[in-house]
Design a protein around this ligand. Structure first.
Ligand code: HEC
Ligand code: HEC
Ligand code: HEC
Ligand code: HEC
Ligand code: HEC
Ligand code: HEC
Length: 357
């Protein structure tokens, strides 16, 4: 009985000890004081503020907007045929193609452009590359490399224009020492020969009474194309990013001579010294003769704006006549009727006519 009793006592004592130790283990005392703070680490670099520079361009002013409006009225915006995105057309007809060849210096793109875009601000400016004013820099700043003559000319900012506004090379050159030449479909310089004309090269220089030379004063105009085609904007009709040279006023087409008068102070039209009238008359004569020879398909209109859709009729002709036909297409695709290079234009048209006579 006694032993049972003392066993119970011992068990009770052990029970109390276990219970107490469990109680102590689960019940922490109050936290001690914080230790001293360690030294600060060095700060990391601030990331760029994503939007701090946006206002350089996207602000309350209408500077950017005005240029967007001018550009939207340009032939660059409404035309450009940018579905022509194959490797040989993309460099001049798509934005992506132009940017690619501006980098590679080639005349074709590596592959056809998928999802092409037509010409836009990013074609000529480095938009959204650094998000600063530096993004207005032009995407092409080299010289204009003329593919037809394999020569180059420095047109300042206009060199960018010249990269596209130039003759495409012929698959087979006309050789004036050979008797005949086979004119194939789409013969000619393609749709713009402005840079070639401006440079005073790229026509077949058939000998004649008029000496070949260039109007150096025009070649010396700073930034060439840009100076005349991007003069002070007249609304969205001329100048600025419309690139147009004429505008309509009270139902009449007016020449934007503001870009000529610094040098030709009395000019009231582009027809300075009646040079355009003379050149146009000679071009119309040449056009009629080529059509009579069965070499040129032309429509009946004598409106100069219709001349650039004239087309060569394929066939085998004398090399001399083929060269004259090329020169005609070169003259009409320049579209300035003498202004780009008065001297060279006169020589090409006069000597070409003489060759046919
Ligand atoms: C150097 C001038 C410039 C700066 C700086 C600039 N932008 Fe633009 N932004 C443009 C031009 C130019 C366009 C194209 C307008 C057009 O196509 O008509 C454009 C277009 C846009 C568009 C329309 C969609 C698109 O991509 O065409 C958005 C959105 C835009 N910018 C946001 C921004 C933001 C955000 C910033 C700052 C991080 C910024 N831009 C900085 C010039 C600038
Ligand atoms: C990426 C090639 C490219 C560049 C760069 C370029 N152009 Fe053009 N330009 C074209 C094409 C293509 C057209 C024809 C659009 C159409 O009618 O489909 C054109 C049309 C024009 C026209 C209208 C011609 C007409 O018959 O109505 C003028 C003027 C012109 N460009 C001037 C310029 C000037 C000036 C520059 C330089 C500031 C320039 N272009 C830069 C490709 C270019
Ligand atoms: C070296 C640059 C260049 C290349 C390469 C080029 N083009 Fe063009 N093309 C132009 C220019 C510049 C114009 C606009 C000239 C103008 O209107 O004064 C133009 C105009 C055109 C036009 C419009 C004609 C019109 O009057 O509406 C067509 C169509 C065209 N090109 C098709 C092509 C095709 C197809 C290819 C490829 C096989 C091609 N181009 C390659 C520069 C080029
Ligand atoms: C065909 C090429 C071309 C295209 C496309 C073009 N620009 Fe330009 N832009 C130029 C050239 C060349 C200049 C320089 C003009 C000068 O020096 O007088 C210029 C100048 C500018 C300037 C003045 C830049 C400065 O340094 O202050 C602005 C702003 C501008 N362009 C905006 C635009 C916008 C916006 C678009 C699209 C809607 C656009 N440009 C499309 C060729 C182009
Ligand atoms: C001396 C000023 C001047 C210079 C420099 C100049 N142009 Fe022109 N350009 C003109 C004039 C003026 C016309 C229009 C003639 C007319 O309509 O009677 C014209 C017409 C054009 C046309 C046809 C436009 C149309 O609507 O039919 C194109 C394309 C063109 N020029 C591109 C260029 C290119 C590219 C350059 C640089 C290589 C250039 N121009 C340099 C004055 C100039
Ligand atoms: C930087 C000055 C300058 C600018 C700008 C200029 N020209 Fe000239 N231009 C000249 C000079 C100088 C001559 C004479 C060169 C000579 O006789 O060899 C000339 C010659 C000409 C000729 C030939 C005249 C003749 O009798 O043979 C025509 C046409 C012409 N310019 C038209 C224009 C037109 C149109 C513009 C504006 C779209 C223009 N020029 C802009 C300086 C300029």
């Amino acid at each position: 009985m006694k032993s049972i009793h003392s066993k119970t006592v011992w068990l009770s004592i052990w029970g109390v000890i276990i219970f107490a130790s469990m109680l102590f283990a689960s019940c922490e005392g109050p936290a001690g004081k914080d230790g001293l703070a360690g030294k600060d680490g060095t700060d990391g670099k601030d990331g760029a503020d994503g939007t701090q520079n946006c206002g350089t361009c996207h602000d309350a002013s209408t500077d950017l907007f005005a240029k967007q409006l001018q550009w939207a009225a340009s032939q660059h915006a409404v035309g450009t045929n940018f579905e022509r995105s194959g490797t040989s057309c993309a460099p001049c007809h798509t934005s992506e193609g132009f940017r690619e060849v501006a980098e590679t210096g080639l005349t074709t793109t590596a592959a056809a452009i998928n999802n092409p875009s037509g010409q836009n601000c990013r074609t000529c400016h480095k938009i959204h590359e650094t998000h600063t004013d530096a993004d207005w820099a032009l995407t092409y700043t080299g010289t204009t490399k003329l593919q037809f003559t394999k020569t180059e000319i420095d047109l300042g900012k206009g060199s960018l224009c010249g990269q596209c506004h130039q003759a495409r090379p012929l698959a087979a050159m006309v050789d004036l020492t050979a008797e005949n030449y086979e004119v194939k479909v789409r013969f000619g310089p393609h749709h713009s020969s402005a840079a070639n004309m401006f440079a005073g090269s790229g026509a077949f220089e058939i000998p004649g009474t008029e000496a070949y030379g260039s109007t150096a004063a025009h070649q010396n105009i700073q930034n060439a194309c840009v100076n005349c085609h991007m003069g002070p904007a007249y609304g969205v009709q001329a100048g600025g990013h419309s690139l147009k040279m004429t505008y309509e006023y009270s139902g009449k087409i007016v020449d934007n001579v503001a870009v000529c008068t610094p040098c030709h102070s009395s000019a009231t039209s582009f027809d300075v010294n009646s040079v355009q009238e003379e050149v146009l008359g000679l071009i119309i004569e040449l056009r009629g003769k080529l059509a009579d020879l069965g070499m040129l398909k032309k429509d009946a209109s004598d409106n100069p704006s219709d001349f650039h859709s004239d087309a060569a009729i394929p066939g085998v002709y004398s090399s001399l006549n083929a060269a004259v036909l090329y020169n005609y297409l070169y003259l009409v695709n320049d579209k300035s009727w003498g202004v780009h290079n008065p001297k060279y234009t006169r020589a090409v048209v006069k000597n070409s006519l003489q060759a046919l006579n």
